[in-house]
Design a protein around this ligand. Structure first.
Ligand code: OFO
Length: 209
């Protein structure tokens, strides 16, 4: 059977590439400092940060179409911030020899009962995220993965700030009340709190929820 020279060359080039990729994968496995279990926990956290981003985007949209412009701006910015949280972990997984996986986020709700409910859900969600971070930190401490333990300290600080701010936002509803121009005033106050807050390790430019 006649086989063209260029086909043989292409075939051998392909084989080389595959061999190189396999060698790289084997080397990568040997050289990884991340345990399988920590990698799975971090990939789960990547997904949670992406879910946070999607939830806040949905909330921002709801606020915008219901006339709460400052709250919408706050949540739009926070959507970006959650993406940044996700990417930090994503890159860390690969840098330490793991494989970061792109999450498949679906089933985000689009309707909310009220502005107050939006921010109550933000607080509830942030508490959930804090617990998740603490769970990974605890795992890293007991498995003596001090590199990841150290990496996660940024998130520990960030979560404390995010929870505190979310609590302040919910308190606005009790302090100001929602009657009359109450909701309008709360939306203005949320705008002020957004522009004055900053995250762990960031300049005071982005809002935290
Ligand atoms: Fe990523 O901190 Fe909020 O969720």
């Amino acid at each position: 059977m006649f086989v063209s020279k260029s086909f043989l060359a292409l075939h051998s080039e392909l084989l080389n590439t595959i061999t190189n990729q396999e060698t790289f994968k084997r080397m990568n496995k040997r050289q990884r400092s991340l345990s399988q279990e920590t990698e799975e926990l971090l990939n789960k956290q990547v997904e949670l940060e992406d879910i946070s981003s999607a939830i806040y985007l949905s909330m921002a949209s709801w606020c915008e179409i219901n006339g709460y412009e400052n709250s919408a701006a706050f949540l739009y910015e926070h959507t970006e911030e959650e993406k940044m949280h996700m990417m930090k972990i994503f890159r860390y997984i690969n840098e330490t020899g793991g494989h970061a996986l792109v999450p498949d986020v679906t089933n985000i709700k689009h309707e909310f009962d009220s502005l107050r409910k939006v921010f109550e859900e933000v607080l509830e969600h942030e508490i959930f995220i804090t617990n998740s971070i603490h769970n990974i930190v605890n795992h890293c401490y007991s498995s003596k993965d001090f590199t990841t333990f150290n990496f996660l300290q940024w998130y520990v600080t960030e979560q404390r700030e995010e929870e505190t701010l979310a609590r302040r936002l919910v308190e606005l509803f009790d302090i100001i009340g929602v009657d009359g121009i109450g909701l309008w005033t709360i939306d203005q106050e949320i705008g002020k709190m957004a522009s004055g807050s900053g995250g762990a390790g960031t300049a005071a430019t982005a809002p935290q929820a």
